[in-house]
Design a binder for this molecule. Structure first.
Ligand code: NI
Length: 169
């Protein structure tokens, strides 16, 4: 496994649409393992392909608490099939927008389908933190960032800082 460099905003790769994975190979599994290692190393609770410059519909997540055993999810071509009507507010951050957080409103549960690392189709219902996380990660596959879900005023404040920080680095 290898830790990959995380692409930081305003890198345009974060605004691109990722391509579906047609065939799951050892290379796909290697990439998912690299993504998991990169996420744990950061540390973060989720990572999507475009964040390491791979425009493929791959995400990894682990929303377990510190006092719980790891619960690693590795998903290929994840797709939300149903959203709850009820929404909740979660404080979100992103490894590609380090140092910035904002409260984001999202459906409290989602049903989704994806392929696992063996290519088997799976369907799950995600709730709580996992629901917010999976929506955040699938957004990345569509070039959407969490700041797109907040008010323009708050987004502009964060974006100005992001641009300033990118000029300084
Ligand atoms: Ni993110």
């Amino acid at each position: 496994m290898a830790i990959k460099p995380i692409q930081i905003a305003p890198n345009p790769v974060l605004r691109k649409i990722a391509e579906p994975v047609e065939i799951i190979t050892d290379e796909t599994r290697q990439l998912l393992d690299d993504m998991a290692q990169t996420m744990y190393d950061a540390p973060g609770i989720g990572l999507a392909g475009p964040q390491i410059g791979e425009l493929k519909r791959l995400i990894v997540m682990d929303c377990s608490r510190n006092d719980e055993a790891n619960e690693l999810w590795q998903m290929v071509n994840p797709e939300i099939t149903q959203f709850s009507e009820e929404s909740a507010l979660h404080e979100e951050g992103c490894l590609s927008i380090p140092g910035h957080n904002a409260e984001v409103t999202r459906p409290i549960w989602v049903e989704l389908r994806f392929l696992d690392t063996g290519g088997k189709e799976r369907q799950i219902k995600a709730e709580g933190l996992l629901a917010a996380c999976v929506q955040h990660e699938i957004d990345h596959l569509n070039g959407v960032l969490f700041i797109d879900h907040i008010s323009k005023l708050k987004r502009d404040i964060i974006w100005r800082k992001v641009l300033k920080e990118s000029r300084q680095s």
